[in-house]
Design a protein around this ligand. Sequence first.
Ligand code: ATP
Length: 418
Amino acid sequence: MNLMDKVTSLAKRRGFIFQSSEIYGGYAGFWDYGPLGVELKNNIKKQWWKDIVYKRTDVVGIDSSIVMNPIVWEKSGHLKAFTDPLVECKVCHKRFRSDQVEGHEHDSWTEEKKFNLMTEVLLGVTEPKEKAYLRGEITQGAFVNFENVIKSTRVKIPFGIAQIGKAFRNEVTPSNFTFRSREFEQMELEYFVYPSDKESEKTFNEFKELRMKWYQGLGMDPKKLHFHDHEPEKRAHYARYATDIEYEAPFGLSEMEGIHHRGDYDLNNHNLKYKDNTSGEEYIPWVIETSGGVDRATLFFLVDAYHEDGDRVILKLNPKIAPYKVAVFPLLANKPELVEKAKIIYRLLASDYSTIFDDRGNIGKRYFAQDEIGTPWCVTVDFEALEDGTVTIRDRDSAKQERIEISKLQEYFDKKLS
Ligand code: ATP
C-alpha cells in the first residue's frame, strides 16, 4: 500500500475522516470528520486563532455568512473571473482541469473552456427563485465588513481581520482524498496596510515567514515544506503577487496555503476607503492575505505524522493538535480498585485536557491503539499507585516510561503542552 492509501485507510478505520453519505455510495468532493478528525481539525483551528487573533493586538476576528448578497460576487470579480480551464477527453468524455490531465489513459482533448467555480443556490418560495451563491472564498466577508469592524472596534491601519469558515467550489475534478473538495474550510487573515510598495512588501514577506514557521512549529517536516512564487500569468485575478506554501504530498508538491498581495483590488471594487482620523488623510488600504485550507492542513498533518515501526503505526502528531493528549488505563480491567483509581485520574485530567479512558485488552494493545491515533502520553494505574500515589507515564515517540506522583500530573502535562 502506498502512503496515501495507508493514511486514507487509517483515517477511516480510526474515525478521522469518512466519505460523506457513505451509506449511499458517498458524494464526490464531500467529506465527514469523525470523532477523532473533528478533534484534530478543531485543534488546528484553535491554534491558528490563538496565534493569529489572541496573541496579536492588531487583529480581530469575524464570522460572516456563507450566502451573501450576489452583488458581492459581481463586484469581487468572481462571477466573471473565478474560473478554471476545463477540457474533455474525446475518447471517454471525462472532464478535467486542463492542468490536471497528466496520467490519463487517452490523449485526445477538446479545446479548453473556462468553467466558473461558484456554486449556485436558489432562495425564496415564489418562482422564479432568486439565484445566490455559496461563497467561493471566505475572504469577501472580511471586505464587506471593513467599515463595520472599523466603526465597532478600535483598530487602526495596519490591522487585520481574521476568519475561519466554509467555502464551496464547483471543482471539476475533486481528488486526492480531502485535498480537492467541493466543500472545505479556510482560515484567513486579511491584513490592511498603508498603500505603499515598501510597506506592503515588508508585510508580505513577514507573513510568508510567519506562516511557514507556523506549520513547522506544529511539527511539520521543514524538508517537506516549500515556497512557490506564482508567475504573473498563474496568479488569481485579484493578486498583485502571490506565494504558496506547498507540502510534498505523496501525490506531488501541493498548495496548502496562499499568501497573496491583493493590493487595493477588493476595497476598490466595493468602493471602500479608510480615513485616518489623526491626519485626516483618506485612502484605499492595500491587503496582504494569508489563506490556508483547514482540510488540506489536517490532511498534511496526518500524512506528515504517519510513521511505521515494524507492524506498529505511530501518528507523531504535535501534542498541541493531537486529538487526545492523554490516555488513562487501569493496569488490569478486572481489579475494581485499579479501575476506580484510574477513573478518578481520568476525571481529574479530563477537565483540563482531552483525555480518553481505556480498559480493553492488554496494555500492549492499548499502547498500540493510542500510538495509531497519536495520543502523546499514556498513564497507567498499577498496584504501586494504590500504595504510594504514583503512576507510569509512557511517551508515544520514545516508548519510554517514567513514574510520577499523581499530584504532579497536571504540572507535567502543562509543561509539555506550553
Ligand atoms: P488550487 O490551485 O489547489 O485550486 P487555489 O489557488 O485556487 O487552490 P486559493 O483560492 O488560494 O486556492 O484558496 C486558498 C486555500 O484554500 C488553498 O491554499 C487551499 O488550502 C484551500 N482550498 C482551495 N480550494 C480547495 C479545495 N477545492 N479543497 C480544499 N481546500 C481548498
